[in-house]
Design a protein around this ligand. Structure first.
Ligand code: GLY
Length: 349
């Protein structure tokens, strides 16, 4: 069967057990989770949208911009938690997108040497990626997610109704990660996405539920096998080496940057003879059909200079993720010099 009918997954790793469950009523979920011990970290936008349903005592509202995902915000939250009386028995619950989940997981991991934390992701990107797999961290000005820990949230609660109020750009941003899962791991999923393109773009809830849970399933399988990214988990970085450089240098969203990064990965896979021209063209068409950008931005050679700061760099090389066939990624160790050389050849800089 393409999709297991139950909406429940478990990720058991060295750093803990994460239970991923669906829920129906936002109001009921929040009142069930609310307690003397619970401290909520909430995206301001979500608070404005749902404030009538959010009857909670201890909350901290955060402006959910990537530029706020930094150590100063972490410090502010910690000071606030301390003022509000959070102790070792307290738990943090994130209600928001990836920025909120990443900050909350990181704060919970270091506050009083670690307290419990859970996520209620509200964006497509956070449902299928940020909330799953236990990577928590914040950015430095020069480099994304440079500071962080691996630590699994005890629970992640999924309700795709949140997706109805998502802007088109944020929706497509999450879709880029879903597309990535199909390209690196599962050709059946790729075919399903291709066949259901119109329903996906018109946010048919039944199809969205299927692709969200399939993505969670794929990510969970990968994380269970390699939580600390020693080998297999690296494939999740497909499109992300160039993508992170683009995201930190431009106004593209995460998903838009990853989409351009995937295009570069597809071009490089062709250039290095892993895929033929037919597959190359089919994959670029696949990205475009989902309204994702694939044009190389102006000033790209300068942007690519940023990969020198990529935290995944080992010595002067990067494990670059390429595609060897639809549904299968290959990790190729390339020197940064070689990557820049290949990119210059590809895009004539
Ligand atoms: N977002 C990539 C990962 O969790 O490994």
């Amino acid at each position: 069967m393409f999709l297991k009918s139950e909406k429940f997954r478990e990720i058991k790793t060295d750093s803990g057990l994460s239970k991923i469950k669906s829920f129906t009523s936002i109001e009921d979920k929040i009142s069930n989770l609310e307690s003397f011990h619970t401290f909520w970290i909430i995206d301001k936008r979500i608070y404005q949208l749902y404030n009538k349903k959010l009857k909670v005592n201890n909350m901290i509202l955060i402006e959910a911009n990537e530029s706020n995902k930094n150590i100063q915000t972490v410090e502010k939250i910690i000071v606030e938690l301390n003022k509000k009386g959070a102790d070792r028995t307290s738990r943090l619950i994130a209600l928001g997108g990836g920025v909120i989940c990443d900050i909350t997981g990181f704060v919970a991991s270091i506050y009083m040497r670690g307290i419990d934390f859970q996520y209620i992701p509200t964006t497509l990107l956070s449902m299928v990626d940020a909330s799953i797999g236990g990577k928590n961290g914040v950015n430095l000005k020069t480099s994304k997610n440079l500071i962080g820990v691996f630590n699994q949230p005890q629970a992640v609660y999924i309700n795709t109704d949140f997706l109805e109020s998502l802007s088109q750009r944020d929706f497509l941003s999450g879709l880029a990660e879903i597309i990535k899962y199909s390209l690196i791991f599962d050709i059946t999923f790729y075919k399903y996405l291709t066949e259901n393109r119109d329903k996906i773009l018109s946010r048919d809830m039944d199809v969205l539920n299927k692709i969200v849970w399939k993505s969670i399933d794929i990510k969970a399988q990968i994380v269970i096998m390699d939580e600390k990214e020693k080998s297999l988990r690296m494939i999740l970085n497909f499109g992300h080496t160039a993508g992170h450089a683009i995201e930190s240098a431009t106004n593209f969203t995460h998903g838009e940057s990853v989409s351009i990064g995937m295009r570069i990965g597809i071009d490089l896979s062709f250039k290095l003879h892993l895929i033929d021209e037919k597959i190359h063209d089919e994959l670029l068409k696949f990205l475009k059909n989902f309204c994702l950008p694939v044009e190389i931005p102006k000033g790209f050679s300068k942007i690519m200079d940023r990969i020198k700061n990529d935290k995944k760099k080992v010595g002067d090389s990067i494990n670059f993720v390429l595609i060897e066939k639809i549904g299968k990624a290959r990790i190729v160790k390339l020197s940064i010099k070689k990557i820049i050389e290949l990119i210059n050849e590809l895009y004539n800089y």
